[in-house]
Design a protein around this ligand. Structure first.
Ligand code: ADP
Ligand code: MG
Length: 728
């Protein structure tokens, strides 16, 4: 049972910021204290065991049973000293969130006592019996064995009283049931492909890691107000509400001062993040009221992603301590800006070089150009797969709205780099290049660093923007597991780099000079991928038309985007790169569609219930009050009553019309839903949900919002947007 709006508002008025003491003013003194990192390992382990782990982390070599036993025992001792009583394999099922099954360290002894025990076999593998996690038919429930396997590249950590061990989750038959395993494979592939291309430029480069720096947006709302809205409780978003008189139009929240309660919350949540070794650095308000963002220093992509998943958990738990609830949903309030999670991505080498950062001589700039152009080419070849990688029920409300990138994939690279690519496209000669040609080229390539000094013309409307030394994938939703887009991005770049290497090598074999061969292949890629470059306003209608002319797809909703993954050439992409097998791709599509259908269906049911059981009765009560008033005016004033009941009668009529509309639209929505639900496949159901049910839900929501504007404020049963957004 929800609490009343009045009660909730009263509760909020009584709140005070929860102030905490930092253990120390110097973050470095407590940073990572809840992580079993290398420093801790050195303290607790023999050198031999440490070297084994480091080797496994860097070169993915298997860990021997003896070393696993040593690590397990050390981890247990350390974890107990940090207050842990239980351990869990922490994994990333396809539902998008993280999951865990806690076991205690204790083992009974024959004399009736217990001892704490944790050995290598428990560290390396656990059967979480998680048979109810979606697996898209890969794992039949009757043979419900799913295994979690330790990922030594991401350090274990203590959260609360539990030692959490990052793991992958696979079926008995070795199929990935999670989001981490494909990511690890994609990262290994891009390492291999990029390292081999790097050999053209620097033989010392033996390893390339993909880096990820995410930016997490979220909303805060008081827990009492949250409890007074069944839609927030059950769907994570407000399904309807009248636009507040003061919204985000003043832009006074953006970079404004952070309100006291939110500030106290952020301090505690940053403290917890730092103890967990999550390098969060920036905090600020976002565009919408009560919307915030935090971002860390970038890290290796697998670790960065684990950190983002941990951060979402920390956000929710710390928010509760401050009587807040955190809304991670992509669109918590219709009509206001939603939340995203920009994924900043680049490639870094073992020699400390960022491959997407231009250097200061033609040679390093050619290297930069190689990775830059190949990334654009990969995006161009595989735009639809990239689009599918951030498709989700919540993100459908955001993409294409005037706040988030459009669903059309394009890349923004800035006018100067655009000009440079255009020049390169025409100036590299088809045949043998003369020394003059080469000097001219070198001059052009040499100009890159100057070109990049001016980054001010950043385009906020592009889904994939080059920002000086990295690409920023902006379309990812705030609830997403970054592993999904990161798996795709690294896979397609690996595919493209392999192809590039192959072609350049072929030219060299035929006797072309290495640099000429590279330049000529780059030129081809520049010409071929031109359509994906767009510098203009991604929010404009002209762009939709222009993109169509260029042959770019505009996959407007999740079912349309997911359908792409069933295409033969997409399955081949994942199979050829060894990232996902055919069955795994199919399972993912099935799970995602199911997820989409279930979430939309829950929203539909909540909207129907709220309309019929909360909004209609409240509106009718309001109308009754007016009718009673008119009746009494008539009884007392007789003929004169007419002139004193004009307003009441108008209100009775306008409320009456909306009441009828709501009743009728609910019936229509129900019929649309039932038809969609009985469609012949999950894909058909999902498509009908997207194309028919969604607009019908939006219509019902709009009527509810109109009633909110008509009905007496004192009698309105739900917290209004103005209260959810501005009450502190
Ligand atoms: P913005 O204007 O979008 O907030 P910032 O310069 O603050 O841009 O950086 C945003 C994010 O980019 C940060 O999380 C940062 O860690 C990340 N970032 C910076 N360099 C890299 C890189 N080489 N690889 C991946 N992410 C990076
Ligand atoms: Mg950004």
């Amino acid at each position: 049972m929800s609490i009343s709006r009045k009660q909730a508002l009263q509760d909020v008025l009584d709140r005070k910021p929860r102030l905490i003491e930092r253990p120390d003013n110097k973050i470095s003194n407590y940073y990572g204290e809840n992580v079993f990192n290398l420093t801790m390992m050195r303290e607790y382990l023999t050198d031999e065991a440490c070297d084994g782990i480091v080797d496994a982390m860097e070169n993915h070599t298997p860990i021997s049973r003896t070393i696993a036993d040593q690590v397990a025992s050390a981890m247990k001792e350390w974890a107990i000293s940090r207050g842990a009583t239980h351990y869990t394999h922490w994994f990333q099922p396809l539902t998008g969130a993280t999951a865990e099954k806690h076991d205690s360290f204790i083992t009974p002894t024959s004399d009736g006592r217990v001892i704490e025990k944790f050995d290598g076999s428990l560290l390396v593998q656990q059967e979480p019996d998680a048979s109810s996690f979606p697996s898209g038919g890969i794992r039949n429930t009757f043979e419900a064995r799913g295994y979690t396997l330790w990922d030594p590249t991401s350090p274990a950590f203590v959260w609360g009283h539990t030692l959490c061990i990052p793991t992958i989750f696979i079926s008995y038959t070795g199929f990935a049931l999670d989001n981490k395993m494909p990511l690890l494979k994609a990262l290994a592939k891009v390492d291999e492909a990029a390292t081999s291309v790097c050999q053209y430029f620097d033989k010392n480069i033996t390893k390339v890691v993909a880096t990820l720096g995410w930016e997490q947006e979220y909303f805060l709302v008081d827990k009492a107000l949250h409890a007074a809205r069944p839609d927030l409780q059950m769907t994570g978003r407000a399904l309807f509400g009248a636009t507040p008189a003061k919204g985000q139009q003043l832009d006074d929240h953006y970079f404004g001062s952070i309100p006291a309660r939110a500030n106290a919350f952020m301090k505690e949540f940053e403290l917890e993040c730092h103890k967990l070794g999550i390098p969060v650095t920036t905090r600020h308000n976002e565009v919408a009221p009560n919307q915030f963002e935090c971002a860390p220093v970038f890290e290796e992509a697998n670790l960065a992603n684990d950190h983002n998943l941990m951060l979402m958990e920390v956000l929710e738990q710390v928010a509760r301590k401050h009587d807040f609830r955190v809304l991670l949903h992509e669109k918590p309030y219709p009509g206001l800006n939603g939340s995203g999670k920009h994924n900043n991505w680049s490639l870094g080498t073992n020699t400390g070089v960022n491959l997407l950062k231009p250097g200061n001589n033609p040679k390093t700039n050619l290297r930069f150009l190689t990775f830059f152009v190949n990334t654009l080419a990969a995006l161009h070849n595989r735009a639809d797969v990239v689009r599918a990688s951030f498709a989700s029920v919540g993100n459908d409300h955001r993409l294409g709205a005037n706040e988030a990138p459009p669903a059309i994939i394009s890349a923004f690279i800035g006018s100067q780099l655009s000009t440079l690519l255009d020049e390169l496209e025409t100036s590299i000669k088809a045949g043998k290049m003369t020394p003059e040609d080469k000097t001219a080229l070198k001059l052009e390539i040499g100009r890159i660093p100057e070109v990049l000094l001016d980054n001010t013309d950043r385009n906020r409307t592009s889904p994939f923007a080059f920002t000086g030394n990295k690409f920023e994938l902006r379309a990812v939703g705030s609830t997403a597991n970054c592993a999904v887009p990161m798996t795709v991005l690294n896979t397609i770049v690996a595919e493209q780099l392999n192809d590039f290497k192959h072609k350049v090598d072929a030219r060299i074999d035929k006797g072309e000079k290495k640099d000429d061969a590279i330049l000529k292949e780059l030129q081809k890629l520049i010409a071929k991928s031109k359509a994906i470059r767009f510098e203009g306003n991604g929010y404009s209608d002209e762009w939709v038309k222009e993109a169509k002319k260029r042959g770019l797809s505009n996959l407007k909703n999740t079912p349309e985007a997911l359908e792409v993954l069933n295409r033969k050439e997409v399955v081949e992409l994942f199979e050829s790169q060894g990232v996902l097998r055919k069955e795994e791709v199919a399972a993912r599509v099935e799970v995602e569609l199911e997820n989409y259908i279930m979430k939309r269906q829950i929203e539909y049911r909540v909207l129907l219930n709220m309309s019929r059981n909360i909004i209609l009765p409240a509106s009718i009560r309001f109308q009754n009050g007016l009718l009673g008033n008119v009746g009494q005016l008539n009884a007392i004033l007789g003929k004169d009553a007419k002139k004193y009941s004009i307003a009441q009668l108008e209100l009775i009529k306008s409320a009456g019309q909306l009441i009828q509309d709501l009743h009728q639209s609910c019936g229509e929505m129900e019929a649309i839903h039932d038809r969609a639900e009985s469609a012949k496949s999950a894909l058909q159901t999902a498509k009908q949900f997207a194309e028919k049910l969604m607009p019908s839900m939006e219509h019902v929501a709009a009527i509810c919002a109109s009633l909110e504007e008509v009905v007496d404020d004192a009698d309105w049963p739900l917290p209004k947007f103005s209260e959810l957004l501005f009450t502190r």
